[in-house]
Write a protein that binds this ligand. Structure first.
Ligand code: OAD
Length: 234
């Protein structure tokens, strides 16, 4: 394996699947049970806030009882032991990367364990159910408290930092994501553009498979620890 210095890792729902959290587009996945336009857009929240909050309350409850798996732990080990720079960008709103020990982490789609006030922009840690009549502790207004997650039609978080890391990386690893949702699905093309080696670790070929130089298909808890081991012992 070549000597790399700057790694960007993109993760998706498949990474947390073996921790017990549902993916979105697999058989039986979240988008087979709910329509995106009913629960994951700003318009849905304006139309029926209760329905949207109920959807995310369930997801917050599910995320509360799970533990990081061997793949999350391997990525934390990579960050700790790799002599170069490692940035992990996750589309996941669960806290499993940080629970495993990853610190240089961007939650580009937000975090389920935080609440955002639409009136004043205050962001606060929040572990219990949200209700429509909640009052913001910062501005005292009600009706605007939403999960601090990015909905369809909204701009993901910290994109400048992400693009700056992508245009400076020499290894890009995409893990557990189907490659259907932009801008994340476009990261592999950005990394290729600057000559980075691009690797997919996923259960099956993603939508962007043709843009990867290398692909290893299998369960994250198997293929991710093995790939990390290869990187650290080269
Ligand atoms: P998807 O559900 O679209 O894709 C999950 C991918 O993980 C699929 O390609 C599966 O084959 C793979 N997979 C499933 N189990 C796996 C396992 N045990 N090991 C490895 N891979 C496995 O989820 P994402 O690509 O993360 O956004 O979805 C991207 C975004 O779409 C989400 O962040 C969310 C969703 O709508 C928003 O809600 C804004």
């Amino acid at each position: 394996m070549a000597a790399y210095e700057r790694i960007v890792i993109l993760t998706g729902a498949g990474l947390s699947a073996e921790s017990g959290l549902s993916t979105f587009r697999d058989k039986g996945g979240i988008w087979q049970k709910h329509r995106i336009e009913d629960v994951a857009t700003p318009e849905a929240f304006l139309r029926d806030p209760e329905r949207v909050l109920t959807f995310y309350n369930t997801r917050r409850g599910n995320a509360r009882d799970v533990q990081p798996n061997a793949a999350h732990k391997a990525l934390a080990r990579l960050e700790a032991e790799f002599p170069g720079h490692v940035l992990t960008v996750t589309q996941n709103i669960d806290p499993l990367h940080e629970m495993a020990g990853t610190t240089n982490l961007i939650h580009m789609h937000g975090e389920i364990s935080r609440v955002l006030c639409m009136h004043c922009g205050a962001r606060t840690p929040w572990e219990t159910d949200l209700t429509v009549d909640m009052v913001c502790a910062a501005c005292n207004r009600s009706g605007g408290m939403r999960p601090d997650v990015v909905w369809f039609g909204e701009m993901p978080y910290r994109m400048d930092e992400i693009y700056s890391a992508l245009t400076d990386c020499d290894l890009f690893i995409s893990i557990g994501t189907s490659g259907n949702v932009y801008p994340a699905a476009g990261f592999v093309a950005e990394a290729r553009e600057v000559g980075a080696h691009t690797v997919e670790l996923n259960l099956e070929p993603s939508a962007g498979i043709s843009l990867f130089d290398e692909a290893i298909h299998g369960k994250a808890t198997v293929v991710v620890p093995a790939y990390v081991e290869r990187l650290l012992t080269r």
